[in-house]
Ligand binder design. Sequence first.
Ligand SMILES: Cc1cc2nc3c(=O)[nH]c(=O)nc-3n(C[C@H](O)[C@H](O)[C@H](O)COP(=O)(O)OP(=O)(O)OC[C@H]3O[C@@H](n4cnc5c(N)ncnc54)[C@H](O)[C@@H]3O)c2cc1C
Length: 453
Amino acid sequence: MTILFDPLVHPFPDQAQPDPQTYWLAIAGTGPADDGPVTGEMDAEVAIIGGGYAGLSCALSLARDHGIRAVVLEARSSAWGCSGRNGSFARISGGRVPLARLLETYGEASARAYFDEMKQALANLKILIAEGGIDCDVQPDGVYKVAAFRAHAEGLRREAHLYNATFDYPARFVPPEALPGVHGGAEAFGALHLPDGFSLNPLKLAHGIHVLAREQGARIHANSPVTAWQTINGRHWLKTPSGTVRARHVVVATNGYTSPKLHAQLAGRVLPVHSQIIVTPPLSEAQIAASLPSGNCMFDTRSLLFYYRRLPDNRILFGGRSAISGEDAQAPRHRRYLQDALTRKFPALAGTGVDYWWGGWVAVSRNSLPFCYALPGVDNAYAAGGYAGSGVSFSIHLGTKLALMASGKPFKTGASFLTREPRRYPFPPLLRFGQWMAYRWLHAKDARQARKP
Ligand SMILES: Cc1cc2nc3c(=O)[nH]c(=O)nc-3n(C[C@H](O)[C@H](O)[C@H](O)COP(=O)(O)OP(=O)(O)OC[C@H]3O[C@@H](n4cnc5c(N)ncnc54)[C@H](O)[C@@H]3O)c2cc1C
């Protein structure tokens, strides 16, 4: 078995890395045509490292809005990273900081500006899908944040009020007696309804952006990992196994797949955290009625949360975090961890098998918020990432901001923390041990919540 790419161990995803065998791939099939590996030497105004949503959206925006035909360098193929493997929820999100903490830490003006960026990200994604004619199996609007413990219901009620009063957003609290028909099972003590998030086939979405970007003149080079990066007289030399790209501007869109070896300035700025998903076989009508009768996206209030939804063919997709390293990620106990959590939530699904199981690296910055900034001390280089597992709409949004910056225009936002260089994690050799300790502590915290009356 191939050891999975691990950004803290391997310098880049190499060609031995298989395509993840996801449900999305089974539905979407192999991707659209690309420009193959880089061969020989090539000049570009803008080179983009990483062909996920951020890189593809940046390439599309550069060509469409700024008249620049960029070159995308992707280690494997478009959306090989998170963008082709995610849980498929597009909602008002980016990073993982609760609204109350955001207000407390950054003040009302910054928090509102950030909320507006997230709202705009989702609205623009809807426009991109509609105007670009992207067929990506969009499911109905509406996301539920579900109280996994009785003690969490009151917090969701308060959160609904905060959404309404401070962010002028029509979230509402759904009491437990109104949940049947939406969410069955044992762990639903009320929910926060967020009206305008939706789900889709994430790989089909990426394929759609890829096609639009190429139609506008961008070049997308698959199997072209950047293996070395030098800057000589203000020009960036990006080496790949079979060629070199010389570029005036470089955009880094490698997010959770960023190796510290890519560039010293990038090292240690995100923690790659593994998130995994299982997909069940199609369920019976009785099982659906007892688990997820609605087709909405759900995530729960655990510290180590689970996210889940019913797919168009009546399977359930269920995700969460448990593995720490790439080496460990394929151990069957992580699949069992998700299966056990699924049947704890929905006892009617006991004995249900798993047809698909995969995982990917999300990027968590030290403040758990995304970033989009010019690399200090490196001429004409920009990076975005740090969505903490909530980046479907926001990475596409920041792709357009990266395009702004790479075309020489400023990214102006009232959420000034977005444009700052993220702080480095201290003690790199201890990162994984720290994460392991944090998981134990979070499990203990969840267990305490479960015991509360
Ligand atoms: C299991 C899972 C579930 C998720 N669920 C959700 C969800 O439901 N909703 C949500 O909003 N978000 C979710 N996310 C997060 C979301 O998918 C990401 O935030 C988003 O896709 C990030 O896009 P990106 O373009 O920044 O990075 P990615 O899509 O990860 O792309 C980075 C690319 O960089 C490439 N790369 C790395 N190094 C090099 C190199 N040296 N040279 C060239 N290329 C390189 C990689 O091959 C990769 O394709 C989930 C993520 C995972 C893993």
